[in-house]
Design a protein around this ligand. Structure first.
Ligand SMILES: Nc1ncnc2c1ncn2[C@@H]1O[C@H](COP(=O)(O)OP(=O)(O)OP(=O)(O)O)[C@@H](O)[C@H]1O
Ligand SMILES: [Mg+2]
Length: 237
């Protein structure tokens, strides 16, 4: 299998504050990989360092065969990587449509229209809300909008930070099913999730972080089935 992402001994954090203490992780093309772990262990920081939003200190990040360690966000977007942050992931004072348009400022009108159409097909709830202010959306609808906006750049690799946090069980299932379905469009997924069981049930593999390090990795099934790992980490959800 081809590795789309290979991270070796990654150290990073915020300016000179070190949060990640040597992460080794890879994602194969077409995979759905979930990262879980306790609050404050560096999951979001890891995604931010990968996407050029937090500081890379040491170690290597390979995307395809290219060393993209410490690259700027705009260059990573041009390579087909997109990221949905954990919080503040829509512009509340803009309408749903305007949020989507913001994600496609570089697209021609025709392409943008096609991308907005695709978002509407993926999340029919959004179609009804196109002209509403994003501030008026429910938590689930906001996540749908944030994911749709990330997809407008036509990424091949999607990084998602807790897309189902604080959502109702119905929305949790719907959003994870939609993320899973992206794989049929050739999109590889790396997800951070507190709803560990739900997400691992759809994943190929998982990583457990603790204290800025990987403390366990294996098939999603092995994590779900292991009573020791399961009881300790999955109980956090
Ligand atoms: N902008 C920042 N500047 C300095 N330290 C930060 C910043 N953001 C987060 N941290 C610290 O980095 C550590 C890891 O935080 P991070 O957000 O990566 O954890 P997490 O695993 O995503 O947690 P959660 O499950 O609560 O989302 C925490 O100690 C946090 O206080
Ligand atoms: Mg986080």
């Amino acid at each position: 299998m081809n590795k789309l992402l290979e991270v070796k001994n990654l150290e990073g954090g915020y300016s000179n504050v070190k949060i990640l203490n040597g992460i080794d992780l890879h994602v194969n093309e077409g995979e759905f990989v979930t990262i879980i772990g306790p609050n404050g262990c560096g999951k979001s920081t890891f995604l931010k360092v990968l996407f050029g939003l937090a500081t890379h200190h040491n170690g290597t990040v390979l995307h395809g065969n290219e060393d993209v360690s410490g690259w700027r966000t705009d260059k990573l977007v041009n390579r087909g990587i997109a990221y949905v942050p954990q919080i503040d992931n829509v512009f509340p004072s803009l309408s749903v449509k305007e949020n989507l348009q913001m994600g496609g400022v570089n697209l021609k009108t025709k392409e943008l229209t096609a991308c907005i159409e695709r978002a509407c097909n993926m999340f029919p709830d959004l179609k009804e809300r196109m002209n509403d202010l994003s501030a008026s959306l429910s938590g689930g609808e906001r996540q749908m909008l944030a994911i749709s906006r990330a997809l407008i750049s036509n990424p091949k690799f999607l990084l998602l930070d807790e897309p189902t946090a604080a959502l109702s069980p119905k929305y949790q299932q719907e959003i994870l099913a939609n993320i899973d379905a992206l794989r049929t469009e050739g999109i590889t997924v790396l997800l951070v999730e507190q709803n560990a069981r739900l997400s691992l049930a759809r994943s190929d593999r998982g990583y457990i972080f603790s204290g800025g390090k990987v403390v366990y990795t294996g098939s999603a099934k092995s994590i779900l089935d292991d009573p020791n790992i399961g009881d300790y980490f999955l109980g956090l959800q």
